[in-house]
Design a binder for this molecule. Structure first.
Ligand code: UDP
Length: 234
């Protein structure tokens, strides 16, 4: 499929229009940012690794009845995706307290949560993606009531599917962020699912195998992303 003009460039990805209005090409970059763009850098090979890792996760979700925007891989860092209209919502699901939740609620990082937590954030770079609840999403007309119910149900389902898959690879799915898009009357899981958007801990050593290695200057960032790809491919 031929790549036409660039329609979106974000921190980690570019999206291009194609000859077919139903499809976009999503291209993954090596650039990494954290703390709302305040920390910048590149992680060698990240674009390629996140392309492959996301493809594996999207395929697993599809096999388990969750619809995603993923069509197929086009190259080492490009995938063909359905031309969804992304909802201005980030959905975070958490199994263990970490990152902003641990900080906000004074929980020790790694505290097991009695039940999974779902949070919504309003996608806005200027505002730093503030946390909102379903009432805000409805009041701000970010999604309909039916869409919100579907998104919540689907996000918990994604958590079940990916947690169960990953634990067999000795990886704990600590938390993750999903984005959803509208496409022909349906809501699809969109964007990416990768070490940039998930927290993955080694189940034995609790070693961090995700973007926290970059955020917190822990070193071996590229190696951690490679380790995730090799474990989920095995
Ligand atoms: N996350 C993300 N994009 C964001 C914010 C969070 O992909 O803009 C992911 C993050 O990688 C983690 C989860 O969502 O897996 C929860 O992140 P948290 O709220 O703890 O924020 P952070 O500690 O990343 O600031």
């Amino acid at each position: 499929m031929k790549k036409l003009e660039l329609i979106y460039e974000g921190k980690a990805k570019r999206v291009y229009r194609t000859e077919d209005e139903d499809f976009y090409v999503m291209e993954f970059k090596d650039d990494a940012t954290a703390f709302n763009g305040q920390k910048r850098g590149t992680i060698k090979g990240k674009g390629e690794l996140n392309t492959k890792i996301s493809a594996v996760f999207f395929e697993i979700l599809e096999e388990n009845g969750v619809k995603t925007h993923f069509e197929r891989l086009l190259s080492d860092r490009e995938m063909l995706v359905k031309a969804v209209k992304i909802l201005p919502l980030e959905v975070i699901v958490r199994n263990l307290a970490a990152g902003s939740m641990a900080k906000r609620l004074g929980l020790q990082e790694g505290t097991k949560l009695k039940s999974p937590v779902l949070e919504f954030c309003y996608k806005s770079d200027e505002l730093g993606d503030p946390m909102i609840n379903a009432y805000h999403a409805l009041a701000m007309d970010l999604a309909t009531k039916e869409e919100i119910a579907f998104i919540e149900e689907t996000s918990f389902k994604v958590n079940e599917i990916l947690s169960q898959f990953l634990i067999k690879k000795n990886i704990i799915l600590v938390d993750f962020k999903l984005e959803f898009g509208r496409f022909k009357g349906e809501i699809l899981v969109a964007d990416e699912i990768s070490p940039d958007t998930c927290r993955f801990w080694d189940a034995k050593t609790m070693e961090k195998l995700d973007k926290d290695r970059f955020r917190r200057d822990l070193g071996n960032v590229e190696e951690a992303y490679k380790e995730i790809l090799s474990r989920i491919k095995s």
